[in-house]
Design a protein around this ligand. Structure first.
Ligand SMILES: *[C@@H]1O[C@H](CO)[C@@H](O)[C@H](O)[C@H]1NC(C)=O
Ligand SMILES: *[C@@H]1O[C@H](CO)[C@@H](O)[C@H](O)[C@H]1NC(C)=O
Ligand SMILES: *[C@@H]1O[C@H](CO)[C@@H](O)[C@H](O)[C@H]1NC(C)=O
Length: 352
């Protein structure tokens, strides 16, 4: 081989190498350099018991998984007050995730207030939620036994029913001394025809108003969750394991008022669940997210970490493998009035 041909073949080799490098993140093949990720994907599949019907589906899901892993690692390298990680949603794009788990209502940001039983807790007074004038520095209703284990809404946009039920479970325990797991399915199946649309989204406030109008709600075990909307089991409507009189709105866009309300009992709120939120693993979540609300959750307390970083303790309904055993801590007392991810925009709680 002459020098000329040697350097020519080196050039070809380099060209080939750079072409190969260029394909590492391309769409349609599994390049050799992704094999460690492929092993990781198989391990992930085993952990979350995920199988795919066709090789095409597998290829597509692997690609989405790689993009999400890249996103998670890029965010974690950037360093912040929280960490992202793999979870049961790592083979879903943001759009798929929004379709399957979040609310499709555009107008979630303006929950209906003309429902008669809604009152507003004003700056001056308290509401019957048992609030104290001075909110304590630290509240955690879990330690008071007022919070049931984290539930899983499955592939159904029923977060609004879970947020309503967690807040009703809370006030029921506080007023009666008994913690009873209550039925989201009764609400998903039977609260129809108004603002609420089963797996296609709804409002915690109108769900609570429906429970008040119905005269109560039955238990989880009497009317178990199945993850899809079905016929209302009317024979269950008279089983009242817990009753509420109505719904109160916390003054909007005021985190101090939200603290006072949460000091009284767990409060249902709406937030923006962003792509980073989808993969939240631990720490105090501080965005990115905005104030377009697409998810409902329940605030069950608040506090501050040893660095003095203030947070809300939020119960989610994506099972116990998401976040901090199913919970997320969202930054509290931020500069915008709406709160982190809009948490102070739509807070409501039930009154017994
Ligand atoms: C795994 O998934 C299969 C098919 O979806 C299901 O039949 C099986 O019960 C699941 N196993 C576990 C342990 O979740
Ligand atoms: C939530 O916020 C993120 C980040 O700003 C954004 O990309 C996403 O579209 C928002 N969700 C909605 C429903 O607007
Ligand atoms: C939130 O982000 C989404 C996507 O970028 C955008 O469509 C929406 O208008 C944003 N909402 C607000 C209130 O900025």
């Amino acid at each position: 081989m002459t020098m000329a041909t040697a350097s020519a073949s080196l050039a070809v080799a380099l060209l080939f190498a750079s072409l190969l490098a260029g394909t590492v993140f391309s769409d349609d093949i599994i390049p050799i350099m992704r094999i460690p990720l492929l092993e990781r994907f198989h391990a992930w599949q085993a952990e979350y018991n995920r199988t795919y019907a066709t090789p095409e589906e597998f290829q597509y899901r692997f690609k989405v998984y790689c993009e999400n892993v890249k996103f998670i690692e890029t965010m974690n390298r950037a360093g912040s007050s929280y960490e992202l990680g793999e979870n049961q949603f790592t083979d879903l794009t943001q759009e798929e995730f929004e379709d399957m788990y979040l609310m499709k209502l555009n107008e979630v940001a303006s929950a209906p207030e003309a429902m008669g039983q809604l009152g507003t807790m004003n700056a001056g007074g308290t509401s019957g939620g048992g609030n104290t004038d001075e909110a304590p520095n630290y509240v955690d209703w879990r330690t008071k036994g007022a919070v049931t284990p984290v539930k899983d809404q499955q592939q159904c946009g029923s977060c609004w029913a879970f947020a309503a039920v967690a807040s009703i479970e809370g006030v029921h325990k506080i007023k009666t001394g008994r913690l009873v797991s209550l039925s989201e399915q009764e609400i998903v199946d039977c609260d129809r025809g108004g603002n609420d649309h089963g797996c296609h989204g709804g409002y915690p406030s109108s769900a609570m108003a429906w429970v008040a109008r119905n005269g109560g709600l039955t238990t989880e075990s009497d009317y178990p969750y199945v993850g899809r909307q079905g016929q209302c089991r009317r024979d269950k409507l008279g089983h009242h394991a817990a009753t509420i009189r109505g719904v109160w709105a916390v003054q909007r866009n005021n985190e101090a008022m939200l603290e006072r309300a949460v000091a009284g009992q767990p409060v249902a709120v709406s937030i923006n669940a962003s792509r980073a939120f989808q993969f939240y693993k631990r720490g105090v979540f501080s965005g990115p997210c905005n104030t377009s609300l697409n998810h409902a959750v329940t605030v069950v307390g608040y506090g501050a970490d040893p660095d003095g970083r203030k947070y809300w303790i939020v119960k989610n309904s994506w099972g116990q493998t998401w976040g901090e055993n199913g919970y997320v801590r969202l930054e509290r007392r931020v500069s915008s009035r709406e709160g982190m991810c809009g948490i102070a925009m739509e807070p409501y709680y039930p009154v017994m």
